[in-house]
Design a protein around this ligand. Structure first.
Ligand SMILES: [Zn+2]
Length: 170
């Protein structure tokens, strides 16, 4: 990670860096995950995963791939991997409790790989506060994850501001 520019706010440099990040998070999970990364459809979800831990494919939104911060992808990949490693089931049959479990485990994987949870949660705060029956409220998830990892709200708000500043300049 030292050789790469700070990944907290900037997008991934290219598809290769996204693959590097997925590999780092998979390795940090301590599980054997045989993954592939592909660009998904537009319109389509930000990220989704198909398959099993032995053979899975992560699909990422093609426009988001060029826009969402590199650091954020580490946590999105971690979340998706956690669905498989913790056998949390598919996204089609999920609920907020299961999603929080995937958030917590996935955050462990990404932080173990050296990525920054405060910056990820700050990024989430800059996103529209969507509510879905499967995932609950986005900002509520931020609160729950922050609590588990002992991250203060002020630190997350500071990261959200830094990301907003970055977006205003680029
Ligand atoms: Zn999920």
């Amino acid at each position: 990670m030292q050789a790469r520019p700070d990944p907290r706010y900037r997008p991934a440099l290219n598809f290769g860096e996204l693959q590097t990040i997925a590999g780092e998070v998979a390795r940090a999970s301590g599980r054997k995950i045989n993954w592939h990364l592909r660009l998904g459809e537009n319109p389509g979800p930000l990220v989704r995963i198909r398959g099993t831990q032995a053979d899975c494919t992560i699909f990422i939104h093609p426009l988001a791939a060029k826009k969402v911060p590199a650091n954020t992808w580490a946590f999105l990949f971690g979340h998706e991997f956690a669905h498989l490693t913790e056998k949390l089931g598919a996204h089609t049959e999920t609920n907020p409790d299961i999603e929080l479990k995937a958030d917590i485990t996935g955050s462990r994987y990404a932080t173990a790989a050296g990525f920054r949870l405060d910056a990820f949660l700050g990024w989430v705060l800059t996103e529209p506060n969507k509510t879905t029956s499967s995932h609950g409220t986005l900002h509520r998830r931020v609160d729950e994850i922050a609590k588990r990892f002992g991250i203060h709200q002020a630190a997350i708000r500071a990261q959200a501001q830094l990301y907003s500043d970055y977006r205003a300049r680029h």
